[in-house]
Design a protein around this ligand. Sequence first.
Ligand code: ZN
Length: 141
Amino acid sequence: MRIQSDFGCDLCNQQSDAYHALAHFTTDFPPGENGKVFMAIPLGKGQFDLAVDQAIVGRVKLHHTDLSHLRLLSSDPLFAAEFGRSYAETAFHALSEMISKYTIAADPVYISNDQRGINWFEAQMERFGKLQAHFYKQILP
Ligand SMILES: [Zn+2]
């Protein structure tokens, strides 16, 4: 899921430290028998991609603005067109940015040795790659 936080955390807005980001959510939603947040990727602008157990999705939504329904669609806030750029160009650049943030966050994912987290991570990367190729075709001269 994608959420907008109100942490106002500079580190999360500037870097892609997945350990640090996960700590925010582990504090707010302590892992329990009902599940946990098992991956948090900071995307900047107060946004995070989270991998969470279905059972706690509702609790996460109570604390944060849920943007999941917009994620990777034309209304994705990260795809908001910038001046002088077409939508396809903006989306392409946003996806490149997301791929680089995920790439930086990859180490903790693989070190965790959590197969569920790894599967989630790889599924996201595959989706970004396909979408990026899609937009690339549209911005070719
Ligand atoms: Zn932070």
